[in-house]
Design a protein around this ligand. Structure first.
Ligand code: CDP
Length: 209
């Protein structure tokens, strides 16, 4: 089984994807980390994030073992990721890895922006997770606060709005709900309620297919 979970920044898709994967004993890939790592590697090699050749080279030589780098988690890394993510050559270079991961024997949950539309259009279940920008900024703020990072709610809200615009507005694989995606608005839901709602969706989908 392949489960595709897409949605904007801090919509709760990562937490949800991780829980679903653990529940069903499937693999989990946070595809945002791939773009974050490409941006990190481009900068580390001394290039500009808009440098297509440098970004393509970084994407082609991405090392999956470096994805647990804590430096990839911050808002700066997310913003940088959304710049390299606009480059079609970067997206193309990351496709094979994502598809191979999706088709592993025990099944997989992938979360990102284009999983249901481009990476796994054949996914068994597609969920598009949304929440208001304010709710998402608040979540990110609490996350950072608990880690002791010094960020403000206003900066996080601005970052989320800027990233939404960049991710929805780009021509290469824009953030988009697949026509057959189920929509899950988590504005008023906590992680537990989000998980329960998604499980219902998955069970419902399995019964009808
Ligand atoms: O965790 P958060 O939602 O803040 O970000 P993320 O999922 O780690 O993604 C970081 C950036 O990578 C996004 O803003 C997108 O520009 C890009 N991305 C993408 O283009 N396609 C994906 N499948 C996943 C992420």
């Amino acid at each position: 089984m392949i489960i595709a979970i897409d949605g904007p920044a801090a919509s709760g898709k990562g937490t949800l994807a991780k829980r679903i994967a653990a529940h069903f004993g499937m693999g989990w890939l946070d595809t945002g980390l791939l773009y974050r790592a490409v941006a990190r590697d481009v900068l580390a090699a001394g290039h500009d994030l808009e440098d297509i050749e440098a970004a393509k080279t970084a994407a082609q030589s991405i090392n999956a073992e470096t994805l647990d780098d804590p430096a990839l988690r911050g808002p700066k890394a997310g913003d940088a990721a959304s710049i390299v993510a606009k480059i079609p050559e970067v997206r193309a270079a990351l496709l094979d890895y994502q598809r191979a991961f999706a088709h592993q024997e025990k099944g997989a949950v992938l979360d990102g922006r284009d999983i249901g539309t481009v990476v796994c259009p054949d996914a068994d279940v597609k969920i598009f997770v949304t929440a208001s920008a304010e709710a998402r900024a608040k979540r990110r703020f609490l996350e950072h606060e608990s880690r002791g990072d010094s960020v403000t709610y206003d900066d996080l809200l601005a970052d989320i709005r800027q990233r939404d615009a960049r991710d929805s507005g780009r021509s290469a694989a824009p953030m988009l709900a697949a026509a057959d995606a189920l929509h899950l608005d988590t504005t008023a839901l906590d992680a537990e309620q989000t998980f329960a709602a998604a499980l219902d969706m998955i069970e419902g989908k399995r019964k009808t297919s």
